[in-house]
Design a protein around this ligand. Structure first.
Ligand code: ADP
Ligand code: ADP
Length: 233
C-alpha cells in the first residue's frame, strides 16, 4: 500500500536553521493493516506524513503509494485524512446529515451521491455517542469526541483504500479517545480500510494497532509486530 525507501528530508537547507527531519526512513505498509507510528515531539512523524501525502518532496529516497510515486493532491482520490482539530473535519454550519451527504462526494469529479449509506449510520451507532438519533443537529453543537467520530465516518464514507490519521485523538479526553480508537479499529476490521495513524501517545500505541513503528530523532528506531510478537530494531 505504502512503500517508503531511504527518505531524507531537510528543512531550510543551506541556511543556519538547517534541520534534517528524516534521516533515511524506510517502511512498508501492507493493504488492510492498522499501523501506528509513534514518537515524541520532533521525531519526524508529521514530516513523514507530509511525504506520504506528497506535500513534501524528499531530498533523497522515494515514496510510493499503491505502486506509483506520490503526487500531491492525487493521493486524496485514494486516501482520506483526519487531523487533530475536531473543528477541521466537519462543516460546522451544516447538520450531521448534510455533513455525511457532502462527504460522499468522490474524487476529483465532485460527484454527489445525495444520500447517506447504511454503513455510515451503523458506524455512528456503534460509537454510542447518540449521533444517529438526531441527524438534524448542527455539527457546531457537537462535542469534540462527537465531531471526531463524525469526521471519521465522513472520511471513510467515500470508500478510500487508505485512512491517514494525524494525532486524531490528541485533543480528546481519555474517554473520547477510547471511543474514537474503537471506531478506528472497527473501520479497519469491518471495512478493510488500511489505517496509518501517527501519535505521540505511547498508551495508544500499546493498546491499539497491529504494528507499531517507533520513530526517534528522524529515524525508525523499532518496529513491533503485535500479531507475531516480532520486534525489529
Ligand atoms: P513530529 O511530528 O514527530 O513532532 P515533525 O515532523 O513535526 O515531528 O518535526 C521534525 C523536526 O523537523 C523537528 O525538529 C521540527 O522542529 C522540524 N520541522 C518540522 N517542520 C519544519 C519546518 N517547516 N521548518 C523547519 N523545521 C521543521
Ligand atoms: P505537529 O507535530 O502536530 O505537526 P507542530 O507544532 O510540531 O505540530 O508543527 C506544526 C506545523 O509547524 C507543521 O506544519 C510543521 O511542519 C511546522 N514546524 C514545526 N517545527 C517547525 C520549525 N522549527 N520551523 C518551522 N516550522 C515548523
Amino acid at each position: 500500500m505504502i512503500s517508503v525507501k531511504n527518505v531524507e528530508v531537510v528543512y531550510n537547507r543551506g541556511t543556519l536553521d538547517e534541520k534534517t527531519a528524516l534521516k533515511g526512513v524506510s517502511m512498508k505498509i501492507l493493504p488492510g493493516e492498522f499501523v501506528i507510528i509513534v514518537g515524541s515531539n520532533g521525531a519526524g512523524k508529521s514530516t513523514l506524513l507530509k511525504v506520504i501525502t506528497g506535500e513534501i518532496k524528499p531530498l533523497r529516497g522515494s515514496c510510493e503509494i499503491m505502486g506509483s510515486p506520490v503526487r500531491a493532491n492525487q493521493i486524496f482520490r485514494k486516501a482520506s485524512i483526519v487531523c487533530q482539530d475536531p473543528n477541521t473535519g466537519v462543516f460546522p454550519n451544516l447538520t450531521i446529515e448534510e455533513n455525511l451527504i457532502l462527504a460522499r462526494r468522490k474524487g476529483s469529479r465532485g460527484l454527489t451521491f445525495g444520500r447517506i449509506d447504511k454503513k455510515s449510520i451503523e458506524l455512528l451507532k456503534s460509537t454510542k455517542l447518540g449521533l444517529e438519533s438526531d441527524l438534524k443537529r448542527k455539527a457546531s453543537k457537537l462535542s469534540g469526541g462527537q465531531k471526531q467520530a463524525l469526521a471519521l465516518v465522513m472520511a471513510v464514507s467515500s470508500d478510500p483504500e487508505l485512512l491517514l490519521l494525524d494525532e486524531h485523538t490528541a485533543a480528546l479526553d481519555p474517554r473520547s479517545t477510547e471511543t474514537i480508537m474503537e471506531l478506528t479499529e472497527r473501520i479497519n476490521k469491518e471495512l478493510g480500510t488500511t489505517v496509518v495513524m501517527i501519535t505521540h501517545d505511547m498508551a495508544i500505541a500499546e493498546n491499539y494497532g497491529e504494528r507499531v513503528i517507533v520513530m526517534e530523532d528522524g529515524k525508525v528506531s523499532a518496529i513491533i509486530d503485535k500479531t507475531t510478537r516480532k520486534v525489529a530494531a
